[in-house]
Design a protein. Structure first.
Length: 499
């Protein structure tokens, strides 16, 4: 059986706690790998390696950092298929989707390669007689990243490349459910010339997380995951004096107005709800149909959903893979089986789906629930699976009110041909990311990603300008120098006396 160990101080370090976690192939249900689960002492070792490396990395030149990052970007590009294959083997998503994940992560590596312009300071001269004021940004020190199972390569790459480009050192605690991609990312960074200890990977469960949150040498914590855990991360790390960016869960809505292109809206709803088996925080999980279009829209969504090919992620014919664990599969299925009792029309029920030859895999088909009420479990909870709820409203105003009443505010979208309605929606909706005829409005790397309300804890979004500001601290320097022309008598500094 394959074993995944820690990566500390530029080398593989075998797990010493005696605790191991199982990693399964979601397509077969078989345990293929064991991952070391770190003790508090092992976390201390990773943080110590990062702290030691920070002594020199924090003062390294921008040219050195970006040179390494450019080489790293080239290595990641050359190993796209290798990283994607690890994601498919342990997460289950289809290979093309895994390649897309790697590509989105590479965007932030490319942003980090251009960090020189992001770290430029400001200077005001002669604010008073011979007084100048400069504003600069400096790294914060050792940074920890705690990342989720659904994007085992992309979300880490949303964090550590920018952090180390800013001069910090990094300790990554990836999900123990699919840990291998993180180790490969670290190994490639070392191959690119990243000094030992700048990037460390420590695997583990709550023991490792709590150790990072309490460690006195960790200055900042980045997190992506569910809302309850994001709230816990923010509360605990903040109480220990750390800066925190904690991105939580979501219930993303897509408002479809009567004038929308319903074919385009149906295409978008299917891809946004069921892509990556719905295991993404930007998935559309609730479609709000306005006016009389509901029946036609639901019929179009069903027609498309029934054609989606579900199978192993390494099968080129598969468009959607399994869920990551059996327990998660069963939890997702429970929302569908309970929907009818809570008033929903079950248009598609995917809970009985299996794949021939892979009967023990964590399979679930696509489910479509119509006329869902806002007080039902399927609507209130983040399901994180291929389940799409459709709600009905009579007017645009009712739809916006419904969406804004949600405790989540990650992403949302509107489908319409009316520019005026779209403009109103952008301003009136309470969410951090908005799409206009775009179902999954994930920003490009040079804009920041993050939600509102219970989808974000902390003041900074991730990557983009917010990411740079999170991984650096501002400092203002006020300087006054005497004029050499006014040097004491008897000392000639050679300053031209022409005024």
């Amino acid at each position: 059986m394959k074993t995944v160990n820690h990566w500390i101080g530029g080398k593989t370090v075998e797990g010493a706690s005696g605790n191991w976690g199982p990693v399964t192939d979601p397509a077969t249900g078989a345990v293929t790998t064991q991952v070391a689960l770190a003790s508090a002492e092992e976390v201390d070792g990773a943080v110590a390696a990062a702290k030691a490396a920070y002594a020199t990395w924090g003062t390294s030149s921008l040219a050195q950092r970006t040179g390494i990052l450019f080489r790293y970007r080239a290595l990641l590009d050359a190993h796209r298929d290798d990283i994607a294959a690890l994601i498919t083997a342990e997460h289950g998503k289809v290979h093309s989707d895994a390649l897309g994940e790697v590509a989105r992560g590479l965007e932030i590596v490319e942003l980090a390669c251009g960090i020189t312009t992001q770290l430029k300071g400001e200077l005001s001269t002669q604010v008073s007689n011979r007084v100048d004021v400069a504003a600069i940004r400096q790294p914060v020190g050792v940074v920890a990243g705690i990342t989720p199972f659904n994007f085992p390569a992309m979300v880490p790459m949303w964090m550590f490349p920018l952090a180390i480009a800013c001069g910090n050192t990094f300790v990554l605690k990836p999900s123990e459910k699919d840990p291998s991609a993180a180790n490969l990312l670290a190994e490639l960074a070392a191959e690119a010339g990243l000094p030992d200890g700048v990037l460390n990977v420590v695997h583990g469960d709550k023991i490792a997380v709590d150790s990072l949150l309490a460690h006195p040498d960790v200055a900042a914590v980045s997190f992506v995951g569910s809302t309850p855990i994001a709230r816990y991360i923010h509360t605990t790390a903040s109480a220990n004096g750390k800066r925190v960016q904690a991105l939580g869960g979501a219930k993303n809505h897509m408002l479809v107005l009567p004038d929308a292109d319903l074919d385009a809206a149906a295409d978008a709803a299917v891809s946004a709800a069921y892509g990556s088996a719905g295991e993404r925080c930007m998935a559309i999980s609730a479609v709000v149909a306005v006016g009389a279009i509901g029946d036609e829209l639901v019929a179009k969504i069903r027609e498309r959903a029934e054609k989606i090919k579900i199978g192993p992620g390494n099968d080129p014919m598969s468009e959607m893979g399994p869920l990551i664990t059996k327990a998660h599969r069963d939890k997702v299925a429970s929302y569908v089986t309970g929907a009818a009792a809570q008033g929903a029309d079950v248009v598609l029920d995917g809970t009985g789906y299996t794949v021939d030859g892979f009967e023990d895999g964590h399979w679930i088909g696509l489910s479509l629930l119509d006329r869902v009420s806002t007080d039902s479990d399927a609507y209130r909870d983040e399901i994180f699976g291929p389940v799409l709820c459709v709600l009905r409203t009579e007017t645009y105003e009712e739809g916006v009110k419904l969406i804004n009443a949600s405790p989540f505010g990650n992403g949302t979208a509107i489908f319409t041909r009316d520019g005026g309605a779209a403009r109103r929606f952008q301003l009136e909706i309470e969410a951090g990311m908005v799409g206009v005829n775009v179902p999954i409005p994930v920003p490009v790397g040079y804009h920041s990603f993050g939600g509102w309300k219970d989808s974000l804890f902390g003041d900074h979004h991730i990557y983009g300008n917010d990411g740079v500001h999170f991984y650096t601290r501002g400092k203002v320097v006020t300087t006054r120098w005497p004029d050499p022309a006014e040097a004491p008598a008897g000392v000639d500094l050679g300053f031209p006396r022409n005024h």
